[in-house]
Design a protein around this ligand. Structure first.
Ligand code: SAM
Length: 333
């Protein structure tokens, strides 16, 4: 098991497949992009597959989420998913994507073994989308969402980051859009993980502010336990999801309502570093062990040690908080 000193056990593995992205979301990376990871530093498909196998077979991981950067641009994606889906016990497999190309790939992803998707969408306006992402791809994202639902990659979830004065007026419209299409919306508080280091605690849109703006929907508390999920969820009276269950909306209050005490995540970067927290300032190299020919048992033991050192909380509110050197796109969101 991937246990830590505070009694938490990590069973949810986030695997970043690349630090590259085809969008330039302003809260994530600069318009000109970043210095990408050299190819030789990136894990090969076989290396990623081996680490996922060790995590599932030896370390108790039951969920694998592929992310990045943009995971759909990873060439070997289908093979990596196929390999993960063939493991015993079979992990649940999902992907977090910006949705570009998803319409075309959704069927193949499902056939490879992917169970569901989270698609990031911060605005319903194509003009704003271009301002926010520096790319004119809004229609592709909407098509990607529809393609995922059609392929049965459900529940299709939407991730939204709201920013003051930019898109925070869109919370009700985004929820209405999700309800109308049977998607499940999750608002994520903006976190200090941007490459530009421009995050400002006083400027971010808080979970409370988001919930206030959703007041017209008359949200009611969700009686289903949140468990280790990062999102607090509410029911939206009068609506059902695509499967006929009561519709829900979630808020991930990573900054103002941290859930570190229930965290069950372990993270692997595209260059084979284990991170025991999104906000960790240190990481543990597994790629070196793989390339030095070490056996699975050594890799598993190193991964366990890395997780044992996980801190009790991310410490964003501590005066001594230091933003990690890697931006979100290079960690894997
Ligand atoms: N490219 C994929 C995508 O767009 O979903 C996966 C990677 S992206 C880093 C994963 C998620 O992190 C997205 O939903 C994105 O909006 C979110 N994200 C990026 N930077 C963030 C930040 N500073 N605070 C909160 N969420 C952020």
């Amino acid at each position: 098991m991937l246990a830590d000193r505070f009694g938490r056990v990590a069973t949810d593995l986030r695997v970043s497949l690349t630090d590259r992205c085809n969008l330039r979301c302003t809260y994530c990376m600069p318009e000109e992009g970043l210095a990408w990871m050299p190819r030789e530093q990136q894990l090969s498909d076989d290396e990623v597959g081996r680490l996922i196998r060790i995590a599932v077979e030896q370390l108790g991981v039951t969920e694998v989420r592929f992310t990045g950067g943009e995971p759909l641009i990873r060439r070997g994606l289908l093979g990596i998913i196929t390999a993960a889906a063939s493991l015993t016990p079979r992990p649940r497999l999902s992907i977090t994507t910006n949705g570009i190309g998803l319409e075309r790939m959704a069927g193949a992803l499902r056939d490879a073994g992917l169970d569901r998707v989270n698609v990031s969408l911060d605005t319903l306006s194509p003009v704003r989308f271009q301002e926010l992402t520096h790319r004119d791809r809004h229609a592709d994202v909407l098509k990607g969402l529809a393609g995922a639902a059609q392929a049965g990659l459900t529940p299709v979830k939407i991730n939204t980051v709201l920013m003051r004065g930019i898109n925070d007026d869109e919370a009700p419209a985004l929820l209405q859009f999700a309800l109308d299409h049977g998607y499940e919306l999750r608002f994520i508080e903006q976190m200090p993980l941007d490459a530009q280091h421009q995050w400002d605690r006083h400027e971010m849109v808080t979970a409370s502010a988001i919930l206030e703006s959703l007041a017209p929907f008359g949200l009611t508390p969700d009686s289903v336990s949140r468990g280790t999920a990062p999102a607090e969820t509410w029911l939206v009276p009068g609506y059902t999801d695509a499967a006929g269950n009561p519709a829900r909306v979630g808020v991930i209050g990573s900054v103002t309502r941290p859930f570190c005490g229930d965290c069950d995540r372990t993270r692997l970067t595209a260059d084979g570093q284990v991170r025991n927290c999104l906000f960790a300032t240190g990481e543990t190299d597994l790629r070196g062990l793989l390339r030095d020919g070490k056996p699975d048992a050594d890799v598993a033991a190193t991964w366990r040690t890395a997780m044992w050192g996980k801190l009790a909380g991310h410490g964003i509110d501590d005066p001594s908080f230091l933003q990690p050197a890697r931006p979100m796109s290079a960690i894997g969101g």
